[in-house]
Design a protein around this ligand. Structure first.
Ligand code: SF4
Ligand code: SF4
Length: 348
């Protein structure tokens, strides 16, 4: 069985609206659906994120079905401009994701502090339950707009990563990234107590103005890393690329459980690192290729991977990350029934 995937060359990107209709990206949208358009608003200083001008055509065709679209993303576990809703909304606004430009509101899906989440049972290899950002869970359906580029842990990041990692709450993201608790650099602590107030597991306390963690109580939610401006807490990146990819896919199963979505991958500004990096050197490493869309996330990612590699003349992702096999996410997603690696590419 083959899934249909549609391709629009980058030099015809002004035909996006008609292309998306042909690709069937709103066929699943019903009247009065609260329709989540999941996107990455870009970290401060990053310029690889999908531009707001490409959101308006999506919003337009969702509204034609008399549904209620909203743009959304969830908090990060690293300390940046997207680690709480307040700063996340400011950066989204700075990057042009406004009602005036996009035609719909922005909702940060896991609340002000990134702890508004819903438990979803999946019963898979790594997770019995996954923790999804609350308003993602509440959405009636999805359109995932994903920037397809290199990724330092998963080789490439596309639709599957946007679904799984992108829709996890802070604790969900933490569980995907690693299995242990944050490292505590006690010598940096000045005893201000901020993290103690923000640890909802009550796993932190002060002794002689130095922070102490009760590892039995800690769930690895990552809240303390965001709270402490002195960076006393440090992420313990101890998972290998294969495990992280499979965990992301298990989260994607939870996000899409009993829901329908469609997937639009932007194969432009194809950089080495993801859009969470605010690095000037994170520029594109090849020319802008086009846009891939469809209703099967596995086929859309597989096709994006193949189209980029063909345009590059050899495996682009192997050339930037020779030690990572990015196809693990595709194989596991197909195995778990999220879609089909076999596709027919329809050129628009
Ligand atoms: S927020 Fe940081 S400096 Fe303040 S008590 Fe916690 S670890 Fe120490
Ligand atoms: S990671 Fe652990 S110590 Fe830090 S806030 Fe969460 S539960 Fe508390």
């Amino acid at each position: 069985m083959f899934s249909k995937v549609y391709f629009l060359p980058w030099n015809r990107k002004n035909e996006l609206c008609d292309f998306l209709k042909v690709a069937g990206v709103v066929n699943h949208v019903k009247a009065r659906d609260f329709l989540a358009i999941k996107i990455h608003f870009g970290e401060d200083g990053n310029d690889g994120y999908i531009r707001s001008e490409y959101v308006l055509p999506v919003v337009k065709i969702v509204k034609e079905r008399t549904a209620y679209p909203f743009l959304t993303d969830a908090s990060t576990i690293y300390v940046g401009k997207r680690s709480d809703a307040y700063h996340h909304l400011l950066i989204a606004n700075k990057h042009g994701f406004t009602i005036e430009k996009c035609g719909c509101p922005v909702v940060i899906a896991d609340g002000m502090r990134g702890n508004a989440e819903k438990k979803v049972e999946v019963n898979l290899k790594y997770f019995k339950n996954v923790y999804i950002a609350h308003e993602i869970y509440n959405a009636d359906g999805f359109v995932f707009m994903s920037h397809f580029k290199g990724h330092e842990i998963t080789g490439f990041g596309g639709a599957l990563k946007n679904i799984g990692m992108g829709c996890g709450s802070k604790s969900g993201k933490y569980a995907m990234h690693h299995s242990s608790k944050p490292l505590v650099r006690q010598e940096l602590c000045i005893g201000c107590g901020t993290c103690v107030k923000n640890c909802y597991q009550k796993a932190l306390y002060l002794v002689d103005k130095r922070i102490v963690m009760n590892k039995e109580k800690c769930t690895g939610c990552g809240q303390c890393m965001v709270s402490c401006v002195l960076k006393v807490f440090k992420l313990n990146w101890n998972e290998g690329p294969a495990t992280v990819q499979e965990k992301i896919v298990e989260y994607a199963v939870g996000v899409l459980k009993n829901k329908n979505g469609s997937y639009i991958n932007f194969l432009n500004h194809i950089s080495k690192y993801c859009d969470c990096f605010s690095l000037e050197k994170n520029g594109p490493l090849m020319y802008d290729v086009g846009i891939v869309a469809g209703v099967d996330p596995v086929a859309v990612d597989q096709a994006s991977y193949d189209v980029v590699n063909k345009a590059f003349g050899k495996d682009f992702f192997k050339s930037i990350y020779p030690e990572i096999d990015p196809t693990i996410q595709l194989n596991y997603a197909e195995k778990l029934g999220l879609g089909n690696k076999k596709y027919i590419l329809v050129k628009y």
